[in-house]
Design a protein around this ligand. Structure first.
Ligand SMILES: NC(=O)c1ccc[n+]([C@@H]2O[C@H](COP(=O)([O-])OP(=O)(O)OC[C@H]3O[C@@H](n4cnc5c(N)ncnc54)[C@H](OP(=O)(O)O)[C@@H]3O)[C@@H](O)[C@H]2O)c1
Length: 255
């Protein structure tokens, strides 16, 4: 049913070398998009691309550090040359560095906010500029997090960056609507990836799992429906939404 949903679309996914981004790339390709895979580790991107190409999809890999503003326009140029204007951006790359607030070094703030917020802001700006020139319209999907809404000890900077991504989503949606560019965000709860599996499988992580109303952490596949809905044209009237996909975790229900 979803095959062909994104036919004719070009989707650029940042952080496609691992975790959610790697999965998103295969889901979007499966729905018919040509996918541009971006991250710093080119060899890992090629690992994402291989099964996509074997399955008949089209994937192009581009090495990109989203913190480096001068790398962004050439990455879009390269993608455009191969596939045409990017009309879906999945702003997924992100990092977590844990640390108690009184002890967080300035460098960690710069890396977290620089990657999760400024990097996503710069990518969306470049994508939007090009969609405006090409008059394609399009969809930008940002990755917020349950921690845009909840406070967790030792993850304050990450949470601040994700709360800002949520507000960035709303402000971009308001400004870009005139160009038929929709901007929404997914705010996943805890999904086991490289970023967090050490913690999730620790005894503290298992204790936290008991707080999730649905009683478990999420699986990658449980983000697919929302990703496809936000990326494709079947949700043409949906913009500025920040959608929790977290088993109810952000509700903070306690006995
Ligand atoms: N996993 C979860 O439970 C969860 C929950 C809520 C939100 N999220 C969000 O979902 C997104 C993906 O998380 P994940 O769990 O999949 O993380 P992950 O497995 O650690 O993957 C992070 C990805 O970001 C890329 N990346 C990091 N810094 C980058 C930079 N400067 N430039 C370009 N790419 C960069 C990495 O690629 P390279 O190292 O190759 O550059 C990697 O592909 C993040 O924004 C995260 O905050 C995750």
């Amino acid at each position: 049913m979803l095959e062909g949903l994104l036919a004719g679309k070009v989707a650029l996914i940042t952080g496609a070398s691992a975790g959610l981004g790697k999965h998103f790339a295969s889901v979007l390709s499966g729905a018919g998009a040509r996918v541009v895979l971006a991250a710093r580790r080119l060899e890992k991107l090629e690992e994402t691309a291989e099964p996509i190409r074997k399955g008949g999809g089209q994937a192009f890999c581009v090495s990109l550090d989203v913190m480096e503003s001068e790398q962004i326009p050439p990455a879009f140029d390269a993608a455009e040359e191969v596939f045409g204007t990017v009309n879906i951006l999945i702003n997924n790359s992100g990092i977590v560095i844990a640390g108690k607030y009184p002890e967080i070094p300035e460098n960690d703030w710069d890396a977290i906010v620089g990657t999760n917020l400024k990097g996503a802001w710069m990518m969306a700006q470049e994508a939007a500029r090009r969609m405006i020139v090409a008059e394609t319209g399009g969809s930008i999907v940002n990755l917020a997090s349950i921690l845009a809404f909840r406070a967790q000890k030792a993850l304050s900077t990450y949470s601040i960056s994700k709360a800002a991504v949520a507000q960035m989503t709303r402000t971009m949606a308001a400004e870009l609507a005139a160009h038929d560019i929709r901007v929404n965000a997914m705010a996943p709860g805890y999904i086991a990836t490289d970023m967090n599996s050490d913690f999730l499988y620790s005894s503290r992580g298992q204790k936290m799992m008991a707080e999730v109303p649905l009683g478990r952490y999420g699986a990658l596949e449980e983000l697919d429906e929302c990703l496809l809905m936000l990326s494709g044209d079947r949700s043409k009237y949906l913009t500025g939404a920040v959608i929790p996909i977290d088993g109810g975790h952000a509700l903070s229900i306690r006995d």
